[in-house]
Design a protein around this ligand. Structure first.
Ligand code: FEO
Ligand code: CA
Ligand code: CA
Ligand code: CA
Length: 580
């Protein structure tokens, strides 16, 4: 009966209906508030945000960055520090309208560079709710010119050397910081995703074969073209005709110590170079560190890294992410799978080349092409993990000559067991359980936790979705994901919010909660139209959720006539009970 279902349900809220308006909605008994908007001050000397023009270049590295994405909260010295990615920048809002989103000067480029990267900020809850602690000694902006150390197999390789860094061991900036992760020892992992879009060339290129192959595989544009950012028009470091190796220094997992605002972030090349979504860490039974990672591009792969050394609480953790083995996932039709080691023997590449051209190495060993692996989450209450496969409009689709569309390696993206739909606009979440109850094991069993779909448009078949999709909880394009301390799965979407046709009844992008055991999924929060919901973490007392609202349409959240501002919102129960 419904009463029994209510009693056994692990959901602490009633599902909300889909929404199509310009604000945030949460269930009855919950409230939301804005914590931080793009351009809010981190320091009292920061410039004021102008409702029409935003932030000037001078001081643009003293404010909270744009396009909030992955985030994690750390308790350090009794303070709560929120560490947050700013994935990309909207040229259209940050530059004069007549420039069509393109920088027209080095000053423009500097401003755009400053709005991206990572923000570390102390947050505190008082009688008036949560706020950022302006001028906290922990507050810090890491952006596209912040010095970084390069660590691991790629460090010092010829492909990593530039005129500013003939050693190939230091670089400037972390780029397109998408998802996040945290290590067991309390550092932050920021994940470089679409780094390719920041590079271009001002003149015709003559490239070494390995470099040309890498650019093709990673989508670095070698045509003379301003591209999305045109950094190369004003900053020679991004000009491939002058610095062909600079892109090899981006596309990594970067470790940041939030406890020390003077620390140098470290690019951990051992974990591979691809369009990193997030990094989900777990300690294996023998103490080795396992990091699961997705490569978010159509037909790319899922990866796992296992450290050589074991983690000892309180021990030296400075080189734990330096040495280990990288694996790529192969999913079999019989619902088993294998993590295939990327070794010099099996790939014909050196350890440094595997670290720099990881995608190319993975193709040598017949990895499974996936529908854009986005966030991976490890369940803390069961030995299993989940990956959002957000969508893949090109799977099974054909070119004009009738051939099947391929990934960047030229592999035809035909359907396979974990990616069973052609023209997959809805997405699915794959779950795996490692054999021997050990995340370091090389084999696993898998299933699909959910295939999103629309059973009101498609009454049967694969596009209706799995049995846990119903008219009440429709969504598409799962992307962000975290599993809370009770084992509930929080799913955030970045998909089509037209609310028509195949997407009718889904409304704006949203955050849902899923029960891993029963499979039930309920809608918890809806974002303003135009936005994706991305980034989720909890306060130390688990009474507040921090949720990211990226690229909202105007005028969220400031109202009539204001620029759109990506924001972090807090969500609490009105009775201040636990929220995960
Ligand atoms: Fe930045 Fe794949 O999302
Ligand atoms: Ca994402
Ligand atoms: Ca996405
Ligand atoms: Ca995004």
């Amino acid at each position: 009966t419904a009463a029994e279902a209510q009693q056994t349900s692990r959901f602490a809220f009633e599902q909300i209906t889909p929404q199509t308006d310009g604000t945030v909605h949460v269930p009855n008994g919950y409230r939301w508030d804005v914590l931080a908007r793009w351009g809010d001050p981190l320091f009292s000397d920061a410039p004021a945000f102008d409702a029409a023009t935003g932030i000037p270049t001078e001081g643009s590295d003293r404010v909270f960055g744009e396009n909030t994405d992955g985030m994690e909260l750390f308790v350090i010295g009794g303070k709560e520090l929120l560490v947050v990615n700013s994935e990309y920048v909207n040229g259209g809002i940050n530059l004069p309208a007549e420039q069509n989103g393109q920088p027209a000067s080095a000053d423009d480029v500097t401003r755009l560079q400053n709005f991206q990267g990572v923000t570390v900020m102390e947050v505190t809850e008082g009688d008036e709710g949560w706020k950022v602690v302006v001028d906290s000694p922990y507050n810090r902006r890491i952006h596209h010119r912040t010095p970084m150390q390069i660590d691991g197999p790629a460090a010092g390789h010829d492909l990593m050397k530039t005129s500013a860094d003939p050693t190939g061991t230091t670089s400037l900036g972390t780029f397109n910081n998408c998802g996040s992760g945290r290590t067991p020892w309390g550092t932050y992992l920021t994940c470089e995703e679409n780094f390719n879009s920041y590079f271009g060339t001002t003149s015709e290129l003559t490239l070494e074969d390995a470099t040309a192959d890498g650019f093709a595989r990673y989508g670095v544009n070698t045509e003379i073209d301003p591209g999305r950012y045109n950094y190369h028009g004003f900053d020679a470091r991004f000009d491939l005709s002058k610095e062909p190796n600079e892109p090899h220094r981006a596309g990594y997992i970067v470790e940041i110590d939030p406890s020390d605002p003077t620390s140098t972030p470290i690019k951990r090349t051992a974990l591979g170079r691809f369009k990193h979504e997030n990094a989900a860490s777990v300690v294996a039974p023998d103490g080795r560190v396992v990091v699961y990672m997705g490569d978010d591009e159509r037909g790319e792969y899922m990866y796992k890294w296992v450290s050589r050394d074991v983690y000892t609480p309180g021990g030296d953790t400075s080189t734990l992410l330096s040495e280990g083995q990288l694996y790529v996932a192969k999913f079999n039709d019989d619902m088993t799978g294998t993590w295939i080691a990327l070794t010099p023997e099996d790939t014909g590449m050196s350890a440094a080349e595997i670290a720099i051209f990881t995608r190319i190495a993975a193709t040598q060993v017949s990895a499974t092409t996936m529908d854009r692996p986005e966030w991976i989450a490890v369940n803390p209450t069961a030995i299993e993990a989940y990956c959002c496969l957000t969508n893949n409009s090109r799977r099974g689709a054909t070119n004009d000559d009738g051939s099947v569309r391929t990934n960047a390696a030229g592999e035809p993206m035909v359907v396979n067991a974990p990616n069973p739909r052609e023209v997959n606009n809805y997405g699915q979440i794959v779950r795996w359980r490692p054999h021997h109850d050990d995340h370091a094991a090389s084999t696993f069993d898998w299933d699909l936790y959910v295939m999103a779909g629309n059973p009101t448009v498609y009454t049967e078949g694969l596009y209706a979705g799995t049995a846990n999709i119903n008219a009440g909880n429709l969504f598409n394009s799962p992307d962000g994901m975290q599993i809370d301390s009770t084992g509930m799965i929080w799913i955030q979407t970045d998909g089509n919010d037209d609310n028509e046709g195949d997407f009718l009844g889904m409304g704006n992008n949203q955050m849902l909660a899923g029960d891993p055991v029963t499979g039930e999924i309920r809608r918890f929060l809806t974002g303003p139209n135009g936005s994706e919901v991305t980034g989720l973490t909890w306060s130390a007392d688990r009474r507040t959720m921090f949720v990211g609202i990226q690229h909202p349409a105007a005028p969220f959240p400031d109202g009539e006539g204001a620029l759109p501002r990506s924001s972090i919102v807090t969500v609490k129960r009105v009775d201040n009970a636990l929220v995960g």
